[in-house]
Ligand binder design. Sequence first.
Ligand SMILES: CCCC(=O)OP(=O)(O)O
Length: 301
Amino acid sequence: MIRGFKDVLNLAKKKGPKTISVAMANDKEVLLAVNEAKKLGIADAILVGDKDEIVNLAKEIDMDIDQFEIVDEKDLKEGSRKAVQLVSEGKAHMVMKGLVDTSIILKAVLDEEIGLRTGKLLSHVAVFDLETYEKILLVTDAAMNIAPNLEQKKQIIENAVYVAHSLDIEEPKVAVVGAKEKVNPKMPATVDAQKLEEMNKKGEIKGCMVGGPFALDNAISKEAAKHKGIEHPVAGDADIILVPYIEAGNIFYKSLVFLAKAENAGVIVGAKAPVILTSRADSDKAKLNSIALGVLMASNK
Ligand SMILES: CCCC(=O)OP(=O)(O)O
């Protein structure tokens, strides 16, 4: 049973090493993470980025850079394309976002020619380990799908359930959240939440239990749910939080990291290979956790 990132790292050690290509690796936290992943036997890395900067940063952190292949590239778009291409050519098992905007690396991932599309919807899944919540919490989608429609939300749930299953959460409870726990026709998030719950009951969304609408309080606090008189197996016990749109997800993600000091990881699912994707501002530990998560996902293919 996986209780936190220590368990994720241990499992990744058993399944690794895999090879990562890093898009714009000229970043101290990224180098710390790939160096640690290499030491732990989780992953090897091909570092795409500004070679001079990579070498200088490596010296600062006492990293033996000779153990890593470097592809010298200063341009963010070209660096992202080269890193993605290493995966599509089979030279790496997964690609990782380094010091580059999410939109730039995703454009390369979605490229018709060198990209990693499968025909399925791609979505971001963030994993959090919080002192204030008794189990791992998955949040989706904080980084990719801007304002998903009902069908897209269904696929976003399916992608998150796939990650949950890789983390040994057999029948994850999915809370579809909005601003309130009652259906209000003026609030599309609540209407979609009810429909997603119905789709799950009809067997159209499998491998999980979907409930909604919930407000965040009654999705993750049994006390709050009781106080509001909400009785539902998902209430207060969510494994996965589906947010209605990207701003809600991104703000929630950064609140958990910066205000609640959560440990975290992030990955894009639905592509031919995992795309390890954290915020540029996330810690080296978050990036290492994400590499470990990517290794688990790559081993599940
Ligand atoms: C998973 C968060 C994606 C994000 O917001 O990245 P940046 O902070 O690097 O823009």
